[in-house]
Each structure stands twice: as C-alpha cells, then as structure tokens.
Ligand binder design. Sequence first.
Ligand code: TUI
Length: 311
Amino acid sequence: MKTRITRLLDCEYPIIQGGMAWVAEHTLAAAVTNAGGVGLIAGGNAPIDYLRDQIRQCRDAVGGKTFGVNVMLMSPNADDLAQLVIDEGVKVVTTGAGNPGKYMEAWKNAGVRVIPVVPSVALAKRMERAGADAVVAEGTESGGHIGENTTMCLVPQVADAVEIPVIAAGGIADGRGMAASFMLGAEGVQIGTRFLASEEAQIHPTFKELVLKAKDTDSIVTGRYTGHPCRGIKTRFAKQLAEGEKNGTLTPEAFEELTVGALRRAVVDGNVESGSFLCGAIAGMVNEMKSCADIVREINDGAEVLLGIAK
Ligand code: TUI
C-alpha cells in the first residue's frame, strides 16, 4: 500500500511502531523496520550515551532502511537527544508528551522528518504551522501518557483540520483497525501494544504474559490528577494507585513518588508489585506471540483486503 506516509518515510508499509519507553530498543525497532514498517527507538529518560549506541546498533541492523527516534519531551535529556538525532543523521523523529516547537527549525534544517504525536486538533494545527511533515493523532485508547479524545473522534477531525498526512494511533492491532483508520482519513497507523507481544520485543516475559492474558476490561488509566494520565494493565498495583487517587489517601506527590522508576520495574524486572505495565486498551485482542514480520504483514494485508485494494 502506497500513501503519502510510505513516500515520506520511504518504507514498504505505512505502519510505524510506537515509541514505548524502555520497550522500544534497537532489536524491536530494527525488526519492525526490516519487516517493511518504520521502527522507532524510544528516548524515554535514557542517558544519551546509551541512546547513541542504540541508534548505531539499529542502523547496523537495517541496511539503509528507515528507522526513527521518539523524543519524550518531558525528559530532562530531551535537548541532548534532539541534538543527537541530528548528529547521528537519524531520518525520522516522533515526539510525545509536549510541544516540540523549539526543536523544529534545527530538525528541518537537518532534513529530519518530524512527526509530532498530538492528542488534539489544536496541537495538530500548531504543529503543521511549525513545519511538521505529518502528525500522529493518538486516541485515548493508547497505552502510556494519553489525551482524552478517542481515536474514532480525533482522527477524522485532525484529518479535516490539516493538509499534512495523518497517522492514526490508539486501539489499532489488526487489519480491521488499520482499514478503519484509513476510512477516517489516516494514511498510516502507529502501533504499540501489538508489538509488546512480538518475539523481538526485549521485555520481561511477565509483561508479555500480562498482555497476552489481558481481556477487554483489563486496562486502567491512573494519574489524571497529576496532569499526566497513563494507561496500563490493571494489576493490583495499578488498582491501588487508582483507589488512592479516587479516595484521596494518595496525594499527587505520593503518587509521583510511587511511580518513579515504575516503567523500568515493569519492563526490565517484570515486577508486578510496583511496576507500571503501560499498554493500550486493545491488549484484550492481542492473544498470540508473533514475529514483527508476521505482525506487520498480517495487519497490512488484512487492511488491503478490507479496503478492496489487495493485489
Ligand atoms: O507521549 C506519549 N506517551 C507516553 S510518554 C510516556 S513517559 C511519561 N510517563 C509519565 C508521565 C508522562 C510521561 C509514556 N507514554 N504519547 C504521545 C502523547 N503526547 N500523548 C499525549 C501527548 C501530548 C500531551 C500534551 C502531546 C502534546 C501535549 O501538548 C501540551 C502542550 O505543551 O501544548
């Protein structure tokens, strides 16, 4: 399938991988890129030397094919990572959790394709004016830090509001979700949760088990009162956070303290007592481990059949 996204990113399929902190390292990113999509290395809060090494290992593994970096704008390392992607000649950057306006000029001058992730029409329009090449319209079904609008409502409104191509995200894990996104005006999809249950994802087996076993009702949003709502698997720990938030026994400060380092505890340690297993609401539909190549091909081929453009 060819769209403005496959042309912009020089890839076979208009499928990009979500920039999941701690999860999206070079092995996963390279696997998605080598499958014909666009893999991303997530900056998260990681140190710059580590990320430089990740970028180089990914580049070595993909033989000239396109991969990118996700810059989490709340990270204290965001300025340094913004420069690193330029220094390393990374071709694609997505951003999350903020407005990347201050980096836009430097990235554009360096020829980087800039794709901000946005939770609203207003931010999509602002990003287009600032020179973004495309936007990811991310619905509240997504894992991690989320806005309030749903994918179904957000994608068509963003597609109507901007001229640049729109990539849909949030709740997409098969060909039906991709085809539906295209019907809403998207020209690509960003997928995170489906890749958690991939053979190449270098995450703790407990995390994969939680995703594979999740039902439709097994995700929960916590932290709305901190200003940074996050969706993840409804573990006992997540339920305790939600309860403390609701009944007032956990102050926002105490909440932040409990969740510092919680992504690492989930992804690296598989710690269900105090880890935050961020993932999207579509986890209930992810029931089988597969290779990234199979995931990308099946989603794309499924969408092509539904859209009536299969060869
Ligand atoms: O960024 C994400 N997902 C994330 S980031 C993350 S790490 C984190 N952990 C705890 C608290 C905060 C971050 C885990 N998952 N997705 C993209 C996304 N961007 N979702 C929402 C936004 C967003 C929100 C506000 C983008 C822009 C924005 O703009 C505010 C402004 O400055 O105008």
